[in-house]
Ligand binder design. Structure first.
Ligand code: KG4
Ligand code: ZN
Length: 352
């Protein structure tokens, strides 16, 4: 089975072809991506209108390259999958409409993919992880702990009540004058810093539910930076190190609580999986590795290029759904909001 996947929900334009292996995992036949980061950098964040225009300009070419790279024609595909949300509506419409048009023209089944489900299932593409498993999804827009019980079967165990982890990294980077996106910059600066010099809070530590709250930590960083101003390179490094250490402690604690809730409700997890752009952070990976080890669990972290937004995860989700006979109609509407767990309450800030 071979599926074309299309991703346009945020600032990455991507198309890929993935094939299902007889053993159950997947093979990425092609994985094309155009990252718009440099276009948005001057604005310090993603500008939806700019993103939509860039998707229009680049998507057709990327799809052509993805098919050529896989050595396939549209007629060789078993289906077409496109992310239908959640995300920036202009971008979602572009990818979704393209996917539907290709499926219609070629007479192939169409799969409307939930972008979050695609992040959630990537570990099965890369590591053939069996259900159920605990997923920590940490990106610029999402911070969620999810029990992944099966395709389409998710229970949200925790989420953020204010900022996403990547968003907190980006805001700290911005207030310290580092280039956008702040996450990788803060990690780099933290390498040379003293994490103990500034005492920063660990919000929600020890709470019995697995939710996150990061705005208080961000405010503490801002006040610390204002008090220490004008900042030397050493000050910046120490603040970054202190902030990152606080984030690691919070993530490890929240994940430990989610693991407990998982065991009580969904049985023994097969693995702890981390996905999303923030999963590229080495200090966070090491913290989670310690937790996984003490819990007797395997930690699975897909390669950074598959943790951040990409087309292969959409194509793979298309494979997972198609093989269960899950096909969507061509009138499937784009969804700016689309929580994985429909029973989970909305987070306070409205982020799913
Ligand atoms: O998943 P992603 O590429 O896009 C979405 O947000 O959907 O994640 C991007 C986020 C940004 O907030 C970025 O600063 C953060 O991931 N990030 C990192 C690192 N690399 C990327 N945060 C901390 N440490 C990193 N090394
Ligand atoms: Zn994403």
């Amino acid at each position: 089975m071979r599926v074309l996947g299309i991703e346009t929900t945020c600032d990455e334009t991507a198309a890929a072809v993935v094939e299902l292996k007889a053993s159950g995992g997947g093979v990425i036949l092609s994985n094309e991506i155009y990252s718009q980061t440099t276009e948005h950098a001057p604005f310090g964040g993603v500008v939806p209108e700019l993103a939509a225009r860039a998707h229009v300009e680049h998507l057709d070419g990327l799809i052509r390259c993805a098919l050529a790279g896989a050595g396939l024609r549209v007629s060789d595909l078993n289906g077409v999958a496109a992310a239908a949300g959640p995300g920036l509506i202009g971008g979602v419409m572009i990818g979704l409409t393209s996917g539907k048009a290709i499926a219609l023209a070629a007479g192939k089944p169409f799969v409307a993919v939930n972008h979050l489900e695609a992040h959630a299932l990537t570990a099965r593409l890369t590591d053939n992880v069996a259900f159920p498993y605990l997923l920590l999804l940490v990106s610029g827009g999402h911070t969620q702990l999810i029990a992944v019980k099966g395709v389409g079967d998710y229970v949200r165990l925790g989420t953020t009540i204010d900022d996403a982890v990547g968003e907190a990294f980006d805001k700290v980077g911005k207030l310290l004058g580092l280039p956008y996106p702040g996450g990788p910059q803060v990690e780099r600066k933290a390498l040379a810093g003293d994490p103990q010099r500034f005492a920063l809070p660990r919000p929600m530590l020890g709470r019995p539910n697995a939710d996150f709250s990061l705005s208080g930590l961000k405010t503490a960083v801002r006040l610390t930076a204002e008090r220490a101003a004008p900042l030397t390179q050493t000050d910046v490094a120490d603040i970054c190190a202190g902030f990152q250490a606080a984030i690691v402690d919070v993530i490890v604690d929240r994940t430990r609580v989610a693991l407990k809730a998982f065991r009580e409700s969904a049985g023994a997890p097969q693995a702890l999986v981390v996905a999303g752009g923030v999963a590229a952070n080495d200090a966070i990976r090491r913290g989670l590795q310690r937790l996984a080890q003490s819990a007797g669990l395997k930690l699975v972290t897909p390669a950074p290029a598959l943790c951040t937004d990409n087309g292969a995860m959409i194509a793979w989700t298309g494979v997972e759904r198609l093989r269960l006979g899950l096909v969507d109609d061509l009138d499937f509407a784009p969804r700016p909001r689309w929580p994985l767990d429909p029973n989970a309450e909305r987070a306070l800030n409205g982020k799913a």
